[in-house]
Design a protein around this ligand. Structure first.
Ligand code: GCV
Length: 856
C-alpha cells in the first residue's frame, strides 16, 4: 500500500472508531473512507500534471519527524517571487503535513513573529545570487527554521529545496544545507510555433500559442513556470528558434507581456527567439545587414520599446545561416557581426544574446570524402573567438552533429577562450524515441559534462565541459545550460509518464553537474511515484538502463541513430543518411562502415580537439568502441576492444537491446498495485509498444547489414525467423501485397494492404503441434487513419483493436510498424487464424507478418 493509501486507511479506521459521531464527523469519515478504498485498490488516477510537485499527504507515522517544523511562516520583505515562495511553502506543508501555516510579515507584525517559532524566509545579500541556505537558528528562546537566499530567487529555491526534502522524508533535525548553482544560465528553450504547433514536440500542442497569438488561457504557463522554478530554471525562450518575425512586432508585445508577468512571479525570465532578418521583414528596412547603422538603430529602438514594458526580459536566441534560415552571410558578415548588433541593443537593459553554433551547410557534396558536417560549428565559431560582445553566449549543441543516440562532445567547447558559452541539451526526444520510447538522458549528459577537454594551457589540468560552460576555465562572466524542453498541453507535459525525468535531470545537472544520474533518477522517482522501495528501485533501474538499451537497438558504435534523417527522425532508415547534403553520413558499404574523421586520412575533424583528446580519437587503438564508427571507417570484420567483430557487435547489440526492453515490460508489470492504475496502465502500454518497436528496429538493422556485408550472424539469429509467417504468404481476401521502401523496414520487404472499404482478411491454418502459443501480429499504425482489426480463431473472435496511436507515420513502414501480442492461446493443428482489417481514411489496415511462438 502506498503512503496515501496508508494515510487514508488509518484515518478511516480512526474516524469510525470514534463511536457515535456528529454529522460533520460522519461526513468526513465517509469521504475519507471513500478515498481510502480507492487508494487501497490502487485506482486513484494521477495524470502527471503536478510532475514532481505532488505534495501528497505523508504517512502520519513518518510525518512525525516533522512535528517540530514551525507552524508560522514569516516573510522578510515583499516581491512577487517572495510571495510565490510563501504561498508554495504553505501549499506544500498543507499538502504533505496537513497543516495550515499562519503567515506573518516581519514588517507588519514583528512582535508576533518574534515570539512564535517560525519558518523565516529572508534574503541575505552576503550569499551568492540565487544560492540558498536552510538551517535552524536560535534567536532568544525561539527556534526558527531560516530559509535564506542570496536574492528572492534563492529564497524561492530554498522553499522548493525544503519541500523536496519533506516529500522524500529527509530528516530536518540537523539541517544545514547551503547550495549554489553551478552556472548563472539555466534556461530552457521551447520550440513552439505561433500557430500552436511545436517543432519536435511530442506532448501535445503549445501551452503558449494558438492561431498566431498567445493563448487566452495561460494557466498551464503558470504551472510550467512553477515546475521550472522548482528545479532552479531561471529563463525560458518560448518560441521556435526557427523564429516567426511577428514575435517582435509592436502588436505582439502586449501578448508577450502577459507571459512575462506570469513568469516573473516564479523568477523565470522570459526570452524570445528572433529572426535576424526582422529589420527587413517586419521593420520595413531595405536591409538587415548587421553593419548598417539603420539596422543597428532598428534593433535598439525595438528593444527599448520591449524593455520599457518587460524590464526583466532575459534576452533572445538566434538561429541564423542554418537549415535555410537567413543570416549575416547574406551580406558576407560574420555571426559575431549579427550577434553584436543585437547584443548592443540589449546591453543597456541587461539582456543576453544566445547565438546558436548550429550553423552548417545542408547542401554538402557527399561525394567529397573530405566534407564533414561535424566540422561546421568549430570552423564557423573558433576563428571568431574574442570578437563577441560580453553579453553574447554561444549556444553549442552537446555533440557536433545533432542530438544523436551517441556523439562525441563538440570540440567547440574547448575552441572558445574569450567567448561565453552554453551547452544545449535536448530534453525532447527527437532522435531518441520521441517519448514513445523510454530513454532517460541523464547518463548521456553526465558523460558529456564530465568529459575532459584538456583545454587549459596546462593540459594536465582537468577541464571538463561542465567547467567550460560555467565559465570557470577561462573566467567568463556568464554561461551555462540550455535545455530544449518542448512541453505541450498533454496533461503530463511530455506524453510519456517517465519522460519528465529528463526535464528534471537537465535542471538538476545544470544546478549541480556533480550530482549523479542515480541520485537524480532516485529523487525524481520518489517525488513522482512515492517512496515505496520497490517502485523506486524498479523505475530508477529501468531509467538508468534505458539510454544504453536504446543505443543498442538503434545505432551503436557511434553510427548515430540510423534513423530516417530526412523524414521523421523516428524509425530505422539506414540509407536516408547517405547520398544527400545533410551530412549525417555513416558511409556503410559492402566492405565496411564508419566516417573517417582522422587528420591523417579522413576529414580532419579530429584535429579540432585539443591534442590530448585528438590523440585518443586519431588512433583506432585508443578510440573507445562506442565511438569507433564516428571517427573511423573499418571493415565489418574489424575486431573491437571487446574482441567482437563490428558486424557481430551490430547483431548482438540489437538482439540484446530488444531483449532488454522486453525485460522492462516484465519489471514494470511487477509494479502493479504499487503505482496508481492510470500511470501503471499508460506506462505498460508504452513499454509493450516499445518492446515491439525495438524488434522492428532490430530486424531492420540486422537484415540490412546481413545483406550488405554478406557475413552471417555467429548466433544464427539475423535473417532467421522460424515462427514467422509473412502476411503475403497467408490466404488473402481483398488484401494485396505491396513493396515497402526501404526494403528492410518490413519483413521480407513486403506488407499487405487493404483498399476495400468493407475490409479484407488474411488467414492461416495452424500446422504445428497442439499447445500454448503467443500470437504476434505486426500491423501498421499510421496517423492518417484509424483502421480496425479483429482476430478470429476458428471462427471465434479473440481480439480486436483500433490502430489509433499517434505515431509519426503516414505510410507503411517502420515508423508505423506495431506489434500486438495475444498471449496464452491454445492451438491445435488445423485451427484457423483469421485477421480482419478495415481501412480508414489513408490508412490501409496493413499487415506485415504474424508470429506463433510456443509458450509454457
Ligand atoms: C528547430 C534539428 C531539428 C530541427 C531543429 C534544428 C535546430 O535539425 O531536426 O527541427 O530546428 O535541429 O536545432 O535548429
Amino acid at each position: 500500500m502506498n503512503t496515501e493509501a496508508k494515510y487514508h486507511a488509518q484515518e478511516c479506521h480512526r474516524l469510525f472508531g470514534l463511536g457515535r459521531m456528529r454529522t460533520r464527523l460522519l461526513i468526513r469519515a465517509v469521504v475519507v473512507c471513500f478515498f481510502a478504498s480507492i487508494f487501497v485498490i490502487g485506482i486513484r488516477a494521477e495524470d502527471g500534471h503536478e510532475g514532481w510537485l505532488r505534495y501528497v499527504p505523508l504517512d502520519p507515522s513518518a510525518a512525525k519527524i516533522y512535528a517540530t517544523v514551525p507552524r508560522v511562516v514569516v516573510v522578510e520583505g515583499d516581491s512577487p517571487v517572495l510571495r510565490s515562495a510563501q504561498q508554495e511553502l504553505s501549499r506544500g506543508i498543507r499538502g504533505m503535513l496537513g497543516v495550515a501555516l499562519a503567515t506573518q510579515s516581519r514588517n507588519a507584525d514583528s512582535s508576533a513573529a518574534s515570539h512564535a517559532p517560525a519558518i523565516v524566509l529572508a534574503v541575505d545579500r552576503n550569499l551568492a545570487p540565487e544560492s540558498l541556505r536552510i538551517r535552524w537558528s536560535n534567536a532568544g528562546s525561539k527556534k526558527s527554521l531560516r530559509i535564506t537566499g542570496g536574492d528572492d530567487r534563492g529564497v524561492l529555491y530554498g522553499v522548493f529545496a525544503l519541500l523536496n526534502k519533506i516529500a522524500r522524508l529527509e530528516s530536518l533535525a540537523n539541517i544545514d544545507d547551503t547550495q549554489k548553482p553551478s552556472a548563472p544560465v539555466r534556461w530552457v528553450n521551447d520550440w513552439d510555433n505561433l500557430d500552436g504547433t511545436i517543432e519536435r514536440g511530442y506532448g501535445g500542442r503549445s501551452i503558449f500559442f494558438d492561431a498566431d497569438n498567445v493563448r487566452p488561457d495561460l494557466s498551464r504557463v503558470n504551472d510550467y513556470a512553477r515546475l521550472l522554478a522548482s528545479i532552479g530554471i531561471n529563463g525560458c525562450a518560448i518560441n521556435n528558434v526557427n523564429a516567426n518575425p511577428r514575435v517582435l512586432t509592436p502588436e505582439f508585445l502586449p501578448q508577450l507581456i502577459r507571459v512575462a508577468d506570469i513568469f516573473r512571479a516564479w523568477g523565470v525570465r522570459l526570452a524570445i527567439a528572433v529572426d535576424v532578418s526582422s529589420p527587413m521583414r517586419i521593420g520595413g528596412l531595405y536591409t538587415f545587414d548587421p553593419l548598417d547603422p539603420s539596422v543597428a538603430k532598428w534593433w535598439r529602438d525595438r528593444f527599448d520599446e520591449v524593455y520599457a514594458k518587460i524590464p526583466d526580459l532575459g534576452g533572445v536566441v538566434v538561429k541564423a545561416d542554418s537549415e535555410g534560415r537567413l543570416g549575416p552571410s547574406t551580406y558576407h558578415r560574420s555571426p559575431a557581426d549579427a550577434a553584436n548588433v543585437i547584443a548592443k541593443a540589449l546591453k543597456p537593459h541587461g539582456g543576453l544574446v544566445f547565438y546558436r553554433a548550429f550553423v552548417y551547410n545542408h547542401h554538402l557534396d557527399w561525394r567529397d570524402p573530405k566534407n564533414d558536417r561535424a566540422k561546421a560549428a568549430y570552423d564557423n565559431f573558433h576563428p571568431l573567438d574574442g570578437q563577441f560582445d560580453d553579453n553574447v553566449i554561444i549556444q553549442i549543441k552537446h555533440g557536433p552533429i545533432d542530438f544523436q543516440a551517441r556523439e562525441p562532445v563538440s570540440p567547440l567547447f574547448s575552441g572558445l577562450e574569450k567567448t561565453n558559452e552554453a551547452i544545449e541539451l535536448q530534453i525532447t526526444q527527437e532522435y531518441t524515441g520521441q517519448q514513445h520510447h523510454v530513454v532517460f538522458l541523464a547518463p548521456m549528459w553526465k558523460e558529456v559534462l564530465d568529459f575532459d577537454m584538456h583545454a587549459a594551457p596546462d593540459s594536465a589540468a582537468n577541464t571538463p565541459v561542465k567547467d567550460l560552460v560555467a565559465g570557470k576555465v577561462f573566467h567568463r562572466p556568464v554561461g551555462g545550460y540550455v535545455g530544449i524542453a518542448n512541453v505541450g498541453l498533454d496533461a503530463n507535459w511530455l506524453a510519456h509518464p517517465l519522460a519528465m525525468a529528463n526535464l528534471y535531470a537537465f535542471a538538476r545537472l545544470a544546478w549541480n553537474p556533480d550530482s549523479t544520474p542515480e541520485q537524480i533518477a532516485t529523487e525524481w522517482t520518489q517525488l513522482t511515484f512515492g517512496d515505496d522501495p520497490t517502485v523506486v528501485q524498479t523505475i530508477t533501474g529501468l531509467q538508468l538502463a534505458s539510454w544504453r538499451t536504446y543505443e543498442n537497438y538503434t545505432g551503436p558504435l557511434g553510427t548515430q541513430t540510423l534513423t530516417d534523417i530526412t523524414g521523421s527522425h523516428y524509425g530505422p532508415n539506414i540509407e536516408s543518411s547517405e547520398e544527400n547534403g545533410w551530412g549525417q553520413w555513416h558511409r556503410a558499404d559492402e566492405k565496411g562502415i564508419g566516417m573517417d574523421r582522422t587528420v591523417a586520412t579522413g576529414t580532419g575533424f579530429v584535429g579540432q580537439y585539443r591534442p590530448p583528446v585528438a590523440k585518443i580519437y586519431e588512433s583506432l587503438a585508443t578510440t573507445p568502441d562506442q565511438l569507433l564508427l564516428f571517427f573511423h571507417h573499418v571493415p565489418y570484420t574489424y575486431e573491437l576492444h571487446s574482441r567482437k567483430t563490428v558486424i557481430q557487435h551490430i547483431y548482438d547489440s540489437h538482439y540484446e537491446g530488444a531483449a532488454e526492453v522486453a525485460e522492462f515490460v516484465d519489471q514494470w508489470k511487477s509494479l502493479q498495485g504499487h503505482v496508481d492504475a492510470q500511470r501503471f496502465n499508460d506506462v505498460l502500454a508504452r513499454l509493450e509498444y516499445q518492446a515491439g518497436h525495438a524488434i522492428v528496429w532490430r530486424d531492420a538493422i540486422c537484415n540490412y547489414f546481413l545483406k550488405k556485408s554478406g557475413i552471417p550472424d555467429d548466433k544464427g539469429r539475423a535473417g532467421h525467423f522460424p515462427n514467422r509467417i509473412e502476411a503475403e504468404s497467408m490466404q488473402l481476401q481483398g488484401y494485396e501485397p505491396v513493396d515497402v521502401t526501404p526494403w528492410e523496414n518490413a519483413s521480407a520487404g513486403k506488407a499487405v494492404a487493404c483498399k476495400q472499404t468493407q475490409g479484407c482478411t488474411a488467414s492461416y491454418k495452424f500446422t504445428g503441434a497442439e499447445g500454448n502459443y503467443a500470437l504476434v501480429i505486426l500491423y501498421f499504425d499510421q496517423k492518417n487513419g484509424e483502421s480496425k482489426f479483429r482476430v478470429m480463431l476458428s471462427g471465434k473472435e479473440i481480439n480486436r483493436w483500433t490502430a489509433d496511436a499517434q505515431l509519426p507515420a503516414t505510410k507503411i513502414g517502420a515508423d508505423a510498424a506495431t506489434r500486438r501480442t495475444i498471449p496464452n492461446l491454445h492451438l491445435r493443428p488445423g485451427d484457423q487464424i483469421r485477421i480482419e482489417g478495415i481501412p480508414d481514411a489513408d490508412e490501409p489496415a496493413a499487415l506485415d507478418y504474424i508470429e506463433i511462438t510456443p509458450q509454457n
